[in-house]
Ligand binder design. Structure first.
Ligand SMILES: [Zn+2]
Length: 307
């Protein structure tokens, strides 16, 4: 385990908010979620170091699975609904670009779902993927995808090479976050875009469920950003936020509620609450209202590199 200083302000003073456990893969350990006294950044501290963290990414880790049928469904949805897709499906977005043959990089590409989604919709664009997990990269290479292994402390691409970098639920997993943002800025062209999603620690769900909050996902999530703290971190590393989209789904909240049910041994209620289309439709109006008030559990950030 390693104890770190605040990656934004360098401070060493933290207040303990609560303790949490790995609610996804149920690997042992209890972790402190703390808040920086100076800048309010919330982090998992102490945290497993770069070697220790590997055991929290077992083979069955959900993000390593390619779900072809789901990806095809998203592609159909985007073709049918166009830009209105973002109203109903916001796990990923695709930004229209002026460049006709842009180069796109996805960091933390996992099972390759977004690589497929993007290349099916934009076959003329060049999309490259990276992930820190070598096994994942080997599997994607067998499918002839343009991918490379990287923990983002150095990205094997030329300076100013990329038009747009995407990263879905990845930044909160990165150990050397300032170094990673520096590298993302380096490989981007002037005015290049960095589009990514992260959990929102300013959500009602984070405050209500605390250790049972599904999107905490400790110890894999090393940071628990709010709109204010991600803005500070990006500014420090040469990015300006153009827009924050607050995702319109209560999926994480339902999962948090299921975790509470499991802990209290309400197994029947837990199984009834399994996320499905009916629950999505029923909870959509509330999710929509929460997004207006910036209280959704996940946010998608569109940031621009400034020079
Ligand atoms: Zn701080």
């Amino acid at each position: 385990m390693e104890k770190i200083s605040c990656p934004i302000c360098g401070g060493d003073g933290f207040d303990l908010l609560f303790k949490a456990q790995d609610n996804i893969c149920h690997i042992d350990g209890e972790f402190d979620i703390v808040k920086c006294e100076k800048c309010s950044l919330i982090i998992t501290n102490p945290r497993p170091d770069k070697e220790e963290i590997n055991r929290y990414y077992p083979k069955e880790y959900q993000c390593y699975n390619l779900n072809h049928s789901r990806t095809e469904l998203v592609v159909k949805l985007r073709r049918f609904l166009g830009r209105f897709t973002d109203l109903f499906y916001s796990e990923t977005i695709i930004l229209p670009l002026e460049e006709t043959t842009p180069i796109i990089l996805e960091i933390g590409c996992g099972g390759g779902n977004f690589l497929y989604e993007y290349s099916r919709l934009n076959p003329q664009h060049k999309i490259i993927g990276s992930d820190f997990n070598l096994e994942v990269i080997k599997a994607l290479k067998k499918q002839n995808l343009d991918v490379f292994q990287s923990d983002l402390t150095s990205i094997a691409l030329e300076t100013g090479h990329v038009d747009c970098v995407y990263g879905w639920m990845v930044l909160e997993h990165v150990h050397d976050i300032n170094k990673a943002l520096g590298e993302i800025g380096r490989v981007l062209k002037k005015q290049g875009k960095f589009i990514f999603s992260i959990p929102n620690a300013a959500s009602w769900e984070f405050k209500l469920f605390r250790g049972d909050c599904y999107s905490n996902h400790v110890p894999n999530h090393l940071y628990h950003f709010t709109p204010k703290t991600i803005k500070q971190l990006l500014k420090k590393n040469g990015f300006r936020i153009e827009r924050i989209l607050y995702q319109k789904t209560l999926r994480d909240a339902v999962e948090s509620f299921r975790l509470v049910c499991a802990r209290k041994k309400y197994y029947r209620l837990e199984s009834v609450l399994s996320w499905n289309l009916v629950l999505f439709v029923l909870t959509y109006p509330l999710a929509f209202v929460l997004s207006i008030f910036h209280k959704s559990s996940r946010m998608t950030i569109i940031a621009k590199k400034y020079d």
